[in-house]
Write a protein that binds this ligand. Structure first.
Ligand code: XMP
Length: 183
């Protein structure tokens, strides 16, 4: 953990998140295939999506959606290469060809990560590919990318909680807070 003193200022409560995730689940459930064989594939980007995804898959289950789960992980190409050069450090093992795929992440920031992952998944020819993010920080967007389902739009501040971390900490917070560094 860095030594710089900071405090956390909550901006989204557990109750806010509970209500909003249910609203998004309603929207996704409306768009999902309803037939008996209409199983969907939910893919989470590690690590940040895991809390949002855990809630969302249970909300979808409660709305009659059957699904399978997989995860992907993306990292920078390595030291010495230009920023923004991304590579898959973990790929899916599920066949997504011809299926309804829901890609989930914690936050859409510059958009570089989801642009990269979305292209990769699109190349596997799913029937439908939708993206769902808990938070959207449009002020920092660099890639031409928008998500189909967005929990909240947030200003350009560093946020933690509900899966989002600062130095791998605070992911377990049931609320979202802005990290405020002391002057
Ligand atoms: P891009 O810029 O590719 O980044 O859209 C997406 C990833 O960057 C991380 N990220 C954050 N993590 N608080 C965090 O804890 C933030 O405010 C924040 N902004 C970006 C996150 O891992 C996301 O998947």
């Amino acid at each position: 953990m860095q030594n710089k003193p900071f405090s956390l200022k909550p901006i989204l409560s557990e109750a806010d998140i509970h209500k909003r995730t249910a609203e998004i689940a309603d929207r996704i459930a409306r768009d999902c295939p309803k037939s008996a064989d209409g199983e969907i594939v939910v893919i989470g980007l590690l690590k940040g999506s895991f809390v949002f995804m855990a809630d969302m898959v249970r909300l979808l289950h409660a709305r009659g959606i059957s699904l399978v789960i997989d995860f992907m992980s993306v990292s920078s190409y390595g030291s010495g290469t230009a920023p923004g050069q991304l590579a898959l450090s973990k790929d899916i093992s599920t066949d997504v060809g011809g299926r309804f795929v829901l890609l989930m992440d914690d936050i859409l920031d510059t958009g570089n990560t989801l642009y990269f992952v979305h292209n990769r998944l699109a190349s596997l020819k799913p029937a439908v590919l939708k993206t769902c993010v808990f938070l959207d920080k449009p002020e920092r967007r660099k890639a031409d990318f928008h998500a189909d389902y967005v929990g909240y739009t947030v200003p350009d501040r560093f946020v933690v909680g509900y899966g989002l971390d600062y130095d791998n900490r605070f992911r377990e917070l049931p609320y979202v807070a802005v990290v405020q560094f002391d002057k």
